[in-house]
Each structure stands twice: as C-alpha cells, then as structure tokens.
Design a protein around this ligand. Sequence first.
Ligand code: ZN
Length: 67
Amino acid sequence: MSSAPHSPHDYPVNEHGFVRQCAWCRRVADADGLYRLVAPKLVYGASHGCCEACAIRFVSRGLKPTA
Ligand SMILES: [Zn+2]
C-alpha cells in the first residue's frame, strides 16, 4: 500500500473547486453532491465536512467524532 495522498483531482469538485469528503467515514461527494464514493483515506486538499449518514448517526447516538 502506498502512503501517498490521493489527488483531489481523482474526485469531482464543487463550484469552489474543492473535493467534499466526510471527515468521519471518508466518503467523497460525487458530481451530484451525494456522498457515494468511498475513499480509503483522507483526500489531500479536500473540504472536510460531515456526510448526511454520519450527521444522522452522530446526532442520534450522541457519539463524538473521532477525526
Ligand atoms: Zn460520513
């Protein structure tokens, strides 16, 4: 396994030129803005937020994110 970071250019970017990735489950938003792409690691230069699934999970369980 290489430890080199994934290029942001491997994934679709939003109108600001950023890849959107969930900081917790590592999913990346596709061209439709849905977190459907699974990345094995954090994407270098991505805009890290929280996907809908993680938002629901953390809110419903009250768990602390481990990012
Ligand atoms: Zn997530």
